[in-house]
Design a protein around this ligand. Structure first.
Ligand SMILES: [Zn+2]
Length: 252
């Protein structure tokens, strides 16, 4: 019987060790490098394909000290500045440029609570409905309306809202204007906006669950926290689209 998940042989292990040592050795002095610089000689290193957490030397956790991230960002920005005249080596200048752009992307993504969460989920192999670009493109080509499932907790409010918007459209066709209806829709919009806000606090609760699961190495707790975050972000995207559509209806 073939065991696919067999343990590595000693020779395979030594090859792997040599490869990772090479990847973590400085091009200039051969010492250990960090993600951006050599720890020994300080020279800029060619960028490695690492995720944004690793780029900043952070664990894959969601509670993050944004002030400290910002400090690291400014420090690295300064050190990686491509125009730094101290860099004689042409390659080093190019790597500075590449590393700087990686740094900017990593910082922008990690400092924002929602983007950080979405990015982490993507690393975990999750594709959020909103991020499913292929589905959106397909809908555009076929002219089908992209399926948006109303989240269970919102069915009643969404139903009521759609009735009001329907009414509004009918009135507009007749050239009527009903201030009471507009006020009612405005109130509903505010309620949805408040829900949208509140979801951020709920999300932070799941961050704690996630971080704890990462610390404990509990695969089950990890999956559970991940699924809760996915559900929440889908609900949040749904509400955001809803508010956008409401604004469009109110303006037209
Ligand atoms: Zn070095």
């Amino acid at each position: 019987m073939v065991n696919v998940f067999r343990a590595m042989s000693d020779s395979e292990k030594s090859v792997l060790a040599a490869v990772s040592e090479l990847a973590s050795a400085c091009w200039s002095c051969g010492e250990m490098r960090a993600a951006q610089f050599c720890k020994a000689c300080g020279k800029v290193q060619p960028p490695r394909p690492v995720d944004y957490f690793t780029f900043f030397g952070l664990p894959r956790k969601l509670n993050l000290d944004v002030a400290s991230l910002q400090r690291d960002f400014y420090e690295l920005s300064r050190k990686l500045h491509p125009d730094l005249s101290a860099r004689a080596d042409r390659r080093e200048q190019e790597w500075s440029l590449e590393q700087s752009s990686l740094l900017n992307d990593a910082y922008r993504t990690l400092k924002d609570p929602i983007q950080r969460t979405e990015y982490l989920l993507k690393l975990e192999g999750v594709e959020l409905e909103e991020q499913s670009k292929s589905a959106t493109d397909k809908a555009r080509v076929t002219g089908e309306v992209k399926k948006q499932v109303v989240p269970a907790g919102l069915l009643e409010e969404v139903f009521e809202l759609n009735m009001h918007l329907e009414e509004l459209r009918a009135q507009k066709k007749l050239g009527d204007d009903d201030p009471a209806l507009l006020e009612e829709i405005g109130k509903q919009k505010l309620a949805f906006e408040q829900k949208h806000e509140a979801l951020l606090d709920e999300l932070k609760g799941y961050w704690d669950e996630w971080d704890e699961a990462v610390e404990n190495g509990s695969e089950e707790a990890r999956r559970s926290a991940r699924d809760k975050m996915v559900d929440l972000l889908n609900r949040r995207n749904y509400i955001r689209n809803l508010v956008r559509d409401m604004n469009a209806s109110l303006e037209n």
